[in-house]
Design a protein around this ligand. Structure first.
Ligand SMILES: [Zn+2]
Length: 282
């Protein structure tokens, strides 16, 4: 399940048996236990898949912590408060929170690009598949429709309260809508697709159990959007199903249309929800 290399019949390079194509010459891998059945899944070696997941999940919060500490030390001297005060009352500085998020996502994205550089030919090849753009658009509409439906049900249950993840975002959008569109509408979804679809979903698929990959990826995707330290846990719980549903639908989009499709669907969904917040501000 973890590592077994095969030799490319065309260029004689060795690569992981689960990979969809030879990363060197792009010859199709005809003996992959996964991608011969699900040809749109983008499989890499286990280290890379696990590494991408750990980076986008735990690494992201670790990078965020570092950025906050550095920001606190630099910015607080100017503002005349101690860095401990700044960190304890971080939510009172939404503009700083926005820039901390920008730096965190850009650093994470940059490290992901470095990890994926050896597979650059595979990614460039993906961009040529026109059907994956159409599939992404169609699934994007389905994702938005699902979110509207679940959102309608949850808004009745929660009496219009948004969860903490959402309200923090709304304050940041108020400060700089354009930066929010780029970071939370574009970079964020790309980072999450690399983390949860290429990383986690891909890694779990090595077990050969597609259902297991769905269940665990859906759950983890739901739980990362859940604030365990929220003052309103009931409200967080009410919002949980919509994130799990989105996670499952994105896995399905990825399985059917590939990485380009799930990324387009995810970007469409986020850009729409940020645009709706921007519209209510003006
Ligand atoms: Zn080859």
């Amino acid at each position: 399940m973890f590592t077994k290399n095969i030799k490319c019949t065309k260029c004689d390079r060795y690569y992981d048996i689960h990979e969809s194509v030879c990363p060197n010459c792009l010859a199709e891998n005809e003996v992959s236990p996964i991608t011969t059945k699900h040809k749109n899944l983008l499989m890499f070696d286990s280290m890379r898949q696990m590494g991408l997941f750990i980076l986008g999940w735990l690494g992201l919060s670790l990078i965020s912590t570092f950025v906050i500490l550095i920001w606190a030390n630099i910015a607080c001297k100017k503002m005349g408060i101690t860095s401990n005060d700044f960190i304890a009352n971080l939510n009172s500085y939404p503009e700083a929170v926005l820039w901390i998020n920008v730096l965190t996502y850009l650093i994470t994205f940059f490290i992901m690009v470095v990890i994926l550089i050896p597979k650059r030919k595979v990614f460039l090849n993906l961009l040529k598949n026109k059907n994956s753009y159409i599939a992404g658009f169609v699934f994007g509409i389905a994702l938005i429709a699902t979110n509207i439906l679940i959102g309608y049900i949850t808004s009745m249950l929660s009496k219009g309260n948004v969860n903490d993840n959402q309200s923090a975002l709304e304050i940041m959008i108020g400060y700089n809508p354009v930066i929010c569109l780029i970071i939370f509408g574009l970079i964020g979804p790309i980072v999450e697709e690399i983390t949860y679809r290429i990383g986690l979903f891909g890694f779990l698929n090595r077990s050969g159990k597609l259902w297991l990959a769905y269940v665990l990826t859906g759950l983890v995707f739901g739980l990362i959007h859940f604030n365990f330290s929220s003052d309103n846990i009931v409200n967080e719980l009410i919002n949980l199903p919509s994130y799990i549903a989105a996670g499952l639908l994105l896995c399905f989009t990825y399985q059917k249309g590939g990485f380009i499709s799930s990324t387009i669907a995810h970007v469409m969904n986020n850009v729409l929800s940020i645009s709706m917040v921007i519209a209510t501000l003006n």
